[in-house]
Design a protein around this ligand. Structure first.
Ligand SMILES: Nc1ncnc2c1ncn2[C@@H]1O[C@H](COP(=O)(O)OP(=O)(O)OP(=O)(O)O)[C@@H](O)[C@H]1O
Length: 238
């Protein structure tokens, strides 16, 4: 694999919130089309790692290469422009825009002109949304908001989608639907970084995984390797 095959190649990442040192030298790589699971107990630094890669955490050190470019000092809009879509914890749906407006607001073709995730395809993928196109964001259930958020991300034709706790607090049937969509995304060749509490499902849907403990990578490798490591359950506190 050549260097350019990595969409994300970050080395020695440190991050702080004021004087609180949260990431202590993390390496993470995501190859084109690859799904990477990011695991760790609460407060171990998963969201901070994501927000550091995206440029939201400004007190940071280390080297971040995104799509072959030095992005160590990039701001969030520069990262988004490269083709990185972020589905944040809490979903980020606009409450006073309709489902239709939420989906269409940021739609754009991919870097290479790719336009396969059309509005129609998103509605086929999430039939529930097709029934609620005129509803406001704040009239949607948590699951529907999550679907809007993922649909909107797909309509930006990203090379990489980052899903932070996409199934958090959702009913089991909706959780299954979201995981099916995650499989479809993977099959369609979009790289994905997934954070989710259900570590078994994360590992079943990932090519590789990294497990954080107190801002450091304690375990990493292929999903099979991580799943079979006897340290895993202890690191996750399960
Ligand atoms: N905005 C912030 N200001 C100060 N400290 C923060 C902030 N966000 C997170 N932290 C702290 O940074 C550490 C890492 O938090 P982070 O949210 O990255 O963990 P996480 O692994 O994503 O856990 P969770 O699943 O609970 O979100 C924690 O100690 C947390 O309290």
């Amino acid at each position: 694999m050549t260097v350019n095959d990595f969409l994300v190649d970050a080395k020695g990442l440190h991050a702080w919130y004021s004087s609180s040192h949260v990431l202590h030298g993390i390496d993470i790589q995501i190859a084109r089309g690859q799904t990477v699971g990011l695991l760790g107990r609460n407060g171990m630094g998963k969201s901070t790692l994501i927000r550091t890669l995206l440029g939201h955490v400004t007190q940071r050190e280390g080297n971040i290469t995104l799509f072959g470019q030095d992005a160590s000092k990039f701001q969030p809009h520069q990262v988004a422009r490269l083709g990185v879509a972020y589905v944040p914890e809490g979903r980020g749906v606009f409450p006073n825009l309709t489902v239709r407006e939420n989906l269409l607001m940021s739609a754009r073709p991919g870097q290479d002109g790719r336009n396969d995730w059309t509005y129609e395809r998103v509605l086929e993928t999430f039939p529930r949304l097709a029934e609620r196109l005129g509803n406001m964001g704040n009239q949607l259930s948590g699951g529907e908001q999550q679907m809007v958020s993922i649909g909107r991300a797909l309509m930006t034709h990203p090379e990489l989608i980052i899903l932070d706790e996409a199934t958090e607090g959702l009913a089991p049937l909706i959780v299954n639907e979201i995981w099916n969509v995650i499989s479809n995304i993977r099959d369609s060749g979009i790289a994905t970084l997934i954070v989710d509490r259900d570590y078994r499902r994360v590992l079943a849907h990932s090519d590789s995984a990294i497990v954080l403990q107190k801002g450091l990578v304690e375990l990493s490798g292929s999903a099979e390797h991580v799943a079979s490591d006897s340290a895993l359950t202890k690191l996750l506190g399960v």
